[in-house]
Design a protein around this ligand. Structure first.
Ligand code: SF4
Length: 134
């Protein structure tokens, strides 16, 4: 029996972005390369697909939010995602969103640049506005 998203505690809305993913129809195993001599080439092949993916920020944000520890998500390996998360901790991320907002970037542009969802940008902007008022 084919597993459904519900088997993993997810609704279809949680993963609606996946409908537009560049990896739809590709072999899912290619995004979970086996350890071994060919892993570098396998990872590179998966990352090439991610590079042309229109929902890469959503995918990366999802993987980080759900602490996905395996596979290529958002074009990053698990180790790269950990580094990305450490670099873009909430305070640092908010500061960067504030800087880009002041530079006139739209929420969507900022979301793409930081590999987060536009909703994350909107929430960060609200936090920054509250801090300015206080
Ligand atoms: S970023 Fe990569 S793994 Fe994520 S949905 Fe797009 S193609 Fe698939």
């Amino acid at each position: 029996m084919t597993p459904s998203w519900g088997d993993f505690g997810l609704t279809e809305a949680d993963l609606a972005w996946h409908d537009d993913a560049a990896c739809v129809g590709t072999d899912p195993d290619s995004f979970y390369p086996e350890q071994g001599p060919g892993i570098t080439l396998d990872v590179a092949a998966a990352k090439r697909v991610c590079l042309r993916c229109p929902v890469r920020p959503n995918c990366l944000a999802y993987a980080i939010a759900h602490d996905e520890r395996h596979g290529i998500w958002g074009g990053l390996t698990p180790q790269e995602r950990r580094r990305h998360k450490a670099k873009t901790g909430p305070r640092r991320q908010d500061a960067e969103i504030g800087r880009l907002t002041r530079a006139g970037k739209s929420a969507r542009e900022i979301a793409c640049a930081l590999a987060v969802t536009p909703r994350t940008v909107v929430r960060a902007r609200a936090r920054l506005r509250r801090e300015e008022v206080a």
